[in-house]
Write a protein that binds this ligand. Structure first.
Ligand code: NAD
Length: 481
């Protein structure tokens, strides 16, 4: 028999300790080979002055085991506290959030009985880098970063997950009809990687109509992969409409480490009453057993759990007269699952984790395009008379020189000069595009241009180089062009 796998466990706050006890008891009864290291996280740690809710020493365990089974914690109210989840996710490089959203009809009430969707959300990029700036009186900016390696990792993970779990289709949601470069890159990577998985269907939806379809007909989807922001929102929508927020587990997967947890919080009002449903954390534990290469334990626990739900043995949150047979406590629910180990569900689809590899291959295409500087966008804070773009153009025209000429001014992305319309609402934030006549720009020309702009008393708030990559423009054009 193989040696026990080291795993770091945190019992958390509120109902955390009760549902963790139930989960570990079930895993152990199923024969899970775990060497558990326990760490403290959450409220008490925050109160001892550790602003991220975790003590420095706990990282030693996480770095050693690289597997974290985490109960929910209570996030203290008020400022100064950091999200433990965000800290762990970023520190350990957990790039994928995986959330199966499954309906258990008719045993748990849901409007979408056939729903069985896995949301795979990119976890590190997009607008979640938290890079924000106030640039003018009226305008603030959040930087949306989509990277090729980040997109390749998450998309490949989604396809590998689909293959390993016997899924038939992977869907991608983006808004690349508007964000042609950022979401466009994510979509492009998706199409390219899909070609490596000919046995799986693949499709792309624009996120707005895709979200509407997901909320209305979730049975149409299987595995859905998304950039961070859309995934954050839609994984909650998907869990909610499955009818099983209290039953869903999730995994945060990185190349080095992984964290498994229920999607619900610490439910402080239910704490210490032996009432809470341990299912979300238990199903996260099932995902962990697959990840650490003990799929037979995952299968046994998952099927015993399905059988328990089917037999109508329910905690208060899913108990329903006429469907449920027995209202049980947290501990009794755990006993009921243990008593059914070795049994399969009779109505719900049995779980099968045969032959799944815990190690997911991740590869990167390392190609580098030929990059050329062809101009600059200078962003200016300007509140001149009537906010008339022609006046700003005249001011900036005086700063032209060294081959660089003003070609276009946009306001919030809409072209307002040359040839703008007086009806266009303008803020104090202007993008002013300069390019040379001969196509190739030089950094020293741009530095000299900025010097002349500053000498004319104009406040340039930032610049963006305009580059082509293998001849293709790497920048957006103004709407209205
Ligand atoms: P919550 O998920 O704790 O509770 C929402 C509702 O669901 C409550 O009515 C609760 O009683 C019920 N509920 C949740 N889990 C249940 C379970 N297993 N069994 C039965 N009923 C259950 O959300 P909240 O009340 O908004 O948050 C409470 C605390 O949890 C907050 O401090 C919040 O910051 C924290 N939280 C932590 C995590 C995490 O650690 N990952 C996630 C979400 C919220």
């Amino acid at each position: 028999m193989s040696r026990p796998t080291p795993v770091t466990v945190a019992h958390g706050d509120g109902i955390g300790p009760e549902i963790m006890d139930a989960t570990l008891r079930i895993l152990s009864a199923a024969g899970a080979r775990l060497a558990i290291e326990t760490i403290e996280i959450g409220e008490s740690v925050y109160q001892r002055g550790f602003s991220a809710g975790i003590e420095p020493a706990a990282w030693d365990s996480l770095r050693r085991t690289k597997v974290f089974l985490k109960a929910p914690i209570t996030t203290p109210q008020g400022g100064g506290f950091k999200s433990l989840n965000v800290t762990v996710r970023k520190t350990l490089g957990l790039f994928a959030n995986v959330r199966p959203c499954v309906a258990y009809a008719p045993f748990v009430r849901t409007r979408h009985p056939g729903m069985d969707v896995v949301i795979v959300r990119e976890n590190e990029e997009d607008t979640y880098g938290g890079i924000e700036h106030r640039q003018t009186n009226e305008v603030v900016q959040c930087l949306k970063l989509i990277t090729r390696p980040g997109s390749e990792k998450i998309v490949r993970y989604a396809f590998e997950y689909a293959r390993a779990h016997g899924r038939r289709k992977v869907t991608c949601f983006t808004k690349d009809n508007i964000m042609k470069l950022t979401d466009g890159l994510f979509h492009q990577v998706f199409e390219r990687i899909a070609a490596d998985y000919p046995e799986l269907e693949h499709e792309h939806w624009i996120v707005d109509i895709g979200a509407a379809k997901l909320a209305d007909t979730p049975e149409a989807f299987d595995v859905v992969v998304m950039p961070n922001l859309y995934g954050d929102i839609l994984s909650d929508v998907a869990a909610q409409i499955a009818g099983s927020v209290g039953l869903a587990g999730s995994a945060n997967i990185g190349e080095q480490a992984a964290m498994f947890e229920a999607i619900h919080g610490s439910a402080p009002r239910r704490a210490g009453q032996n009432l809470a449903n341990p299912s979300g954390l238990l199903l996260a534990g099932v995902m962990m057993m697959v990840h650490i290469g003990q799929p037979q334990i995952a299968r046994a626990v998952h099927n015993a759990w399905l059988r328990t739900v089917e037999d109508g043995v329910h905690t208060y949150d899913i108990f329903k007269e006429g469907v449920s047979r027995q209202k049980v406590s947290t501990a009794q629910f755990a006993d009921a699952v243990i008593a059914r180990l070795g049994k399969l569900p009779e109505h719900l689809k049995p779980a099968s984790y045969a032959g799944q590899s815990a190690q997911l291959p991740i590869s990167f295409a390392g190609e580098r395009a030929h990059k050329e500087l062809v101009g600059v966008d200078v962003f200016v804070d300007w509140d001149g008379p009537n906010r008339d773009p022609a006046l700003l153009a005249r001011e900036l025209g005086g700063a032209e020189g060294g081959g660089l000429k003003l070609r276009m001014i946009t306001n919030r992305g809409t072209k307002v000069w040359p040839g703008g319309l007086p009806e266009t609402f303008c803020t104090d934030h202007w993008r002013c595009r300069f390019t040379p006549d001969d196509g190739i720009a030089r950094h020293h020309q741009i530095v000299a241009l900025l010097q002349r702009i500053a000498e004319r008393g104009l406040d340039f708030i930032k610049t963006e180089g305009l580059y082509t990559f293998d001849g293709q423009p790497g920048y957006s054009r103004g709407q209205g062009e």
